[in-house]
Design a protein around this ligand. Structure first.
Ligand code: ZN
Length: 332
């Protein structure tokens, strides 16, 4: 058993309490590689932002869970080395699909876990979430639960159709499960193709897709029923069109990739939404930089030559999200 406290990590309780009070949201960035980890830490230190580094099932399959845990431990030390004496970094399990995987992560130094029972029948979702909460709280680890289903495919989490969270269920669910935060479905979606062209309108000037707006009425109804309770938005990448254009210009093929407009995420950050998950935008920033670099430097074959601009581009994106979208800068 390794407690996250020994690793210098923090759970999400205080982060979320401050974020709700302050009208901002904590960034939750997924990481799979050293370059992503470095870029996240550099951005958080530079902007003096708390940050959640999260690990999905796909990340564990790709990089190995043990390695990712040690990378998070390294992230704390790296932040200190960069001049941040008290970094606020949480290591979070994204979309845990069983009690066992949540327990394994808690035992290995994670400070926060998600149990995603959103595809299960309501009572079963409550029962397993509660079991995870009872185990996690013994070690002061915080637990995120989910009600409502997000569409999209990402890292082995997939659903063909979304259904919105039912506000009339949230009070009963949060009370009986004992969860510390709740992921809801109000129209965000996983992946870089969040909406089909049929769900969108098209900007006549640029020809780009304009996605349907988030269901703010449902969010506000949920806030009314569980005032001050931390709300989480998954699938909240914006799919920046300049990165998509760069990818397509240098040999990629991402037609009609579309995400959640940043103005809507900024608006959500001011509410009880206190954690916003961003994964695809980091993938796009990395891929755009690598494609551009290799196209412009055909003789390069040292991975450091193209991973360096990739890391810089991801860091730039993380800083932008923290400062201009979520508002979590200068909150340490
Ligand atoms: Zn998710």
């Amino acid at each position: 058993m390794t407690s996250y406290k020994e690793l210098g990590l923090v759970n999400t309780r205080e982060m979320f309490a401050k974020a709700i009070k302050g009208g901002y949201a904590i960034p939750a960035f997924n990481f799979n590689t050293m370059e992503q980890m470095q870029a996240i830490v550099q951005a958080a230190v530079e902007t003096k932002s708390p940050v959640i580094m999260q690990v999905s099932k796909g990340a564990r399959n790709y990089a190995n869970g043990t390695i990712l845990r040690y990378m998070a431990q390294g992230a704390v030390e790296y932040a200190k080395e960069l001049g941040c004496p008290n970094p606020q970094i949480a290591l979070h399990l994204d979309h845990g699909d069983s009690f066992e995987i949540c327990k394994e992560c808690i035992d290995n130094g994670f400070s926060s876990v998600m149990f995603d029972g959103s595809a299960l029948p309501y009572e079963e979702n409550i029962a397993i979430t509660k079991k995870v909460v009872e185990y996690a709280h013994q070690y002061d680890v915080t637990v995120e639960a989910e009600l409502g289903v997000l569409a999209g495919v990402e890292d082995e989490v997939s659903a063909a159709e979304s259904h919105y969270t039912r506000p009339e269920e949230v009070e009963d669910f949060s009370k009986r499960s004992g969860c510390d935060s709740l992921a809801i479905s109000i129209g965000t979606s996983h992946g870089a193709y969040k909406f089909t062209p049929e769900q969108c309108t098209r900007d006549p000037k640029t020809g780009k897709l304009v996605p349907p707006p988030l269901a703010f009425d449902i969010l506000h109804e949920i806030e009314k029923r569980i005032p001050g309770f931390p709300i989480v938005l998954h699938g909240s990448s914006s799919v920046p069109q300049d990165e998509v254009d760069t990818i397509n210009k240098f040999g990629g093929k991402l037609p009609d990739a579309v995400g959640i407009p940043e103005e809507q995420l900024r608006e959500a950050s001011k509410s009880a939404v206190c954690k916003i998950n961003i994964d695809s935008d980091s993938r796009l920033a990395m891929t755009a930089a690598i494609r551009k670099h290799l196209a412009e430097n055909p003789s390069h074959f040292d991975p450091r030559q193209y991973l360096k601009p990739a890391r810089e581009n991801m860091k730039k994106m993380y800083v932008h999200k923290i400062v201009n979208v979520l508002g979590s800068d200068n909150k340490l």
